[in-house]
Design a binder for this molecule. Structure first.
Ligand SMILES: Cc1ncc(COP(=O)(O)O)c(C=O)c1O
Length: 373
């Protein structure tokens, strides 16, 4: 349905797709000084080496345009080291102003007007606005049942029947934690060489199943993998994300960005973060420990919940989720209300931080429930 802002009568009209689209909206304001369990960010901040590196940036470094090849090489080397391989080079890596910017560029480069964008639902909310900007048709396949199984057969059928231009699989999925086996993804990619299949691996470190160990981008050029330093490394505020894929595809995706879209602070911080893998591993291990505690606590307290892969879980309060959310906010804790989200309306998504943070969350959650009785 055409939706145009009536107040905009006398101002220049944007493209029809832009006038009609629902922009991505997230409650981003006023989050300082609260326990942030609402955006799945790292909850303790980056490695001290990142802070030191930023403090050491010289005025000359600020005055000069940033350069990127060294960071691409460093990221490729760190992936190769975790994969025990040397298959990735700097040409396989695209650097973006956060994975959000990578997603935007992928749609800009590959999303023809009128062609299909295929994805799942519920999933990360920024894919659809990007498809809408391009005037694409959107087909969303629901996760299956109360355990939110991946709809493999339906996706496979849709790939054959709709010949989509782009498929995005968030793996593990935000917010259901659904994790699709990497071998199945490779199979889908080989069956549908016309479709660009984007695997958003933002939460892969938290019990996901990365395709990087088994993908060969030479014979699977239609696969692109997304990784970010926002969730594990604590650089959400600096905005740095990566696309990994066949060099020719990465070249197309980066053709649509500006030449200096990622600033020197982000580049410097990313070098230091990648270099301190021990810090990242320790944070991930801490979150995985906290997950176990959360799981036990929810079973003990008989709280209706869903916890799969990822550093987040869903819980369904018996009371109004909005009232619980408001109460938690007053106690200094932010969570994300899944209101109006397909099949999970009525739930709250809670990010997993350290065990101490989760203990505080549950204490405040129980207080909220009691006060609403
Ligand atoms: C699945 C998913 N993809 C991408 C992003 C964006 O990440 P970045 O901070 O790198 O832009 C998010 C952020 O919440 C996300 O959950």
């Amino acid at each position: 349905m055409q939706h145009l802002n009536p107040l905009s009568k006398d101002i220049p009209r944007a493209r029809l797709e832009i006038e009609r689209m629902n922009p991505y909206s997230a409650p981003l304001e006023g989050r300082r000084n609260l326990l942030r369990l609402d955006f799945n960010e790292n909850t303790i901040g980056p490695s001290p080496k990142v802070i030191e590196a930023i403090r050491n940036i010289t005025s000359k470094e600020i005055a000069i345009y940033p350069e990127y090849r060294g960071l691409k090489e460093a990221f490729a080397a760190s992936l190769n080291s975790s994969l025990h391989s040397n298959s990735l080079t700097f040409n396989h890596i695209g650097i973006f102003n956060g994975v959000d910017a990578a997603i935007h560029s992928i749609f800009y480069a590959y999303g023809d007007r009128g062609k299909t964008f295929l994805t799942t639902k519920p999933t990360f909310g920024y894919y659809n606005p990007c498809a809408n900007m391009q005037g694409m048709k959107i087909t969303e396949i629901p996760y299956e049942g109360r355990s939110f199984r991946f709809p493999l057969q339906q996706i496979s059928l849709a790939l054959q029947n709709l010949n989509p231009k782009i498929l995005i699989i968030c793996n593990p999925n935000n917010p259901t934690g659904t994790n699709l086996d990497a071998k199945r993804i490779i199979q889908l990619a080989h069956e549908s060489p016309q479709t660009l299949i984007v695997i958003d691996e933002l939460y892969e470190a938290f019990l996901g199943d990365s395709i990087l160990p088994i993908v060969n981008f030479d014979n699977t050029p239609n696969l692109v993998v997304l990784r970010s330093l926002s969730k594990t490394s604590g650089l959400a505020g600096l905005r740095i994300g990566f696309a990994i894929g066949n060099p020719e595809v990465i070249d197309r995706i980066t053709r649509v960005t500006g030449p200096y879209d990622i600033n020197s602070f982000a580049v410097t911080a990313a070098f230091a973060a990648i270099d301190d893998q021990v810090y990242i591993d320790k944070y991930v291990a801490e979150v995985l420990k906290a997950r176990l505690w959360v799981k036990k606590e929810m079973s003990k307290e008989k709280i209706e919940h869903h916890l799969d892969s990822g550093n987040y879980f869903l819980l369904w309060p018996k009371q109004s989720p909005t009232a619980i959310e408001d109460h938690l906010k007053k106690s200094g804790i932010l969570v994300r209300n899944m209101k109006n989200k397909y099949s999970i309306d009525g739930s709250l998504r809670v990010s997993i931080g350290t065990t101490d943070q989760m203990k505080l969350f549950f204490k405040m959650y129980k207080n909220a429930v009691k006060s609403l009785h």
